[in-house]
Design a protein around this ligand. Structure first.
Ligand code: NAD
Ligand code: UD1
Length: 342
């Protein structure tokens, strides 16, 4: 079987996907510049699967490095492309860095696949951010793009456009873009998980760090939204379920089961959960206390979004297997492990 290239494969979602691909019998090559992850993750993958993936430290935005990578692995024609910068606030401060990194990486990979492969398969990490605040909920793949609220969000929209146009012009390229909602949690073994650098932007790492005593309290951004308890609604689901969606998407293309050469799927639990519901579920399943206070809304946040996942359910046969409680418990197990809490 040919090797699968995972860009950004030592990152949070990439590492969980590497595990599921190896478990499904694929050979994995990871390329990452380690700008937001560590090569130690490879040991965690090995402890879970018994296999240490091949690893190349390189920047996908650097064409020379990508040419060397494709020369070293000439049979690579399937790519799962996670590598991107993803901090929304930082992207507002440094838009050029975000466009350069996220768009140039994508273009380099597409040029090389186009040049070298008679048939290529590409899974892209997109985001529900492309929908903005949808007019109708749950949101389906047919809902229109809304103007991006950040350069980061815009890179996802532009990337989808680039992929759609590339497929249109190509006889060899197949693409699945997965629009992730809010992946949370860690591998049940607690060997790999999310490792945010500095103060976490995302809700669940902030909660686990607060419960672990690293932070004083959780600040809940806004309690005056038009939702049952006033806090914002998102669609949270287990990262291992998201990882499995990548394996299915890849197999669909490899086995020639795609209905179109460019396909888009929402990936989420299909259920809207408020911030307070997350807090209460976390306290219940972990038995920990959690200090929190309400502060004003975060700029750029939307009020509510959750996915209609019927396309992924029906077409991919994908359904999330883990509950919200299991996802939050796995996040807590991981936090305890990295903080040496018994
Ligand atoms: P992450 O930061 O943990 O992983 C991304 C990895 O890519 C990191 O290891 C980083 O070092 C690497 N990287 C970045 N730029 C690179 C480059 N030019 N060359 C090589 N490696 C590079 O993030 P994640 O949460 O695992 O996200 C993976 C993908 O999913 C990203 O594209 C992100 O935008 C997208 N996404 C994430 C979420 C989420 O909630 N985590 C939601 C929607 C979409
Ligand atoms: C954010 C990004 C999104 C990106 C995703 C993954 C924004 C506006 N959106 O999604 O583009 O794809 O992360 O990186 O940043 N919350 C708190 N207190 C906190 C942290 C979060 O109350 O300390 C709330 C937020 O206001 C939100 C919910 O928790 O209502 C989830 O936040 P977060 O985990 O950051 O995810 P998103 O905002 O959905």
């Amino acid at each position: 079987m040919s090797k699968i290239l995972l860009t950004g494969g030592t990152g949070y979602i990439g590492s969980h996907t590497a595990v599921e691909l190896i478990n499904a019998g694929f050979e994995v090559v990871i390329v990452d510049n380690l700008s937001n992850s560590s090569a130690d993750v490879l040991n965690g993958i090995e402890r879970i699967t018994g296999v240490k993936p091949e690893f190349v430290k390189a920047d996908c935005a650097d064409m020379e490095s990508m040419v060397s990578l494709f020369n070293r692995y000439p049979d690579i024609c399937s790519v799962i492309h996670f590598a991107a910068l993803k901090a929304v606030g930082e992207s507002v401060e440094k838009p050029l860095q975000y466009y350069q990194n996220n768009i140039t990486s994508l273009l380099n990979l597409l040029f090389l696949l186009n040049e070298r492969c008679a048939a290529s398969n590409f899974v892209f990490s997109s985001s529900c951010t492309v929908y903005g605040q949808p007019d109708n909920l749950p949101v389906t793949e047919l809902s229109p793009y809304k103007p991006a609220s950040s350069p980061y969000g815009n890179t996802k929209k532009i990337a989808e456009d680039i992929l759609r146009d590339s497929v249109h012009a190509s006889k060899s390229l197949k693409v699945v873009a997965l629009r992730y909602f809010n992946p949370i949690g860690a591998h049940p073994s607690a060997e790999i998980g999310e490792l945010p650098q500095g103060k976490p932007d995302n809700l669940v790492p902030f909660i686990t760090q607060t419960a672990a005593g690293v932070r004083d309290k959780l600040m809940i951004f806004g309690n005056d939204y038009n939702t049952p308890d006033g806090t914002a609604i998102r669609d949270y689901f287990h990262v291992v379920d998201l990882a499995k969606a990548h394996v299915i998407a890849l197999q669909r293309m490899i086995e020639g089961k795609s209905k179109q050469n460019f396909e888009v799927f929402n990936v989420g639990a299909g259920k809207g959960i408020t911030v307070l519901e997350i807090v209460e579920t976390f306290k219940r399943v972990t038995g920990t206390k959690l200090n929190y206070e309400f502060i004003g809304r975060r700029e750029g946040d939307i009020e509510k979004v959750w996915a209609d996942t019927s396309l992924a359910n029906n077409e991919l046969g994908w359904n999330p297997e883990n509950s919200l409680g299991e996802a939050l418990l796995s996040a807590w197990r991981w936090e305890k492990k990295i903080r040496n809490i018994l």
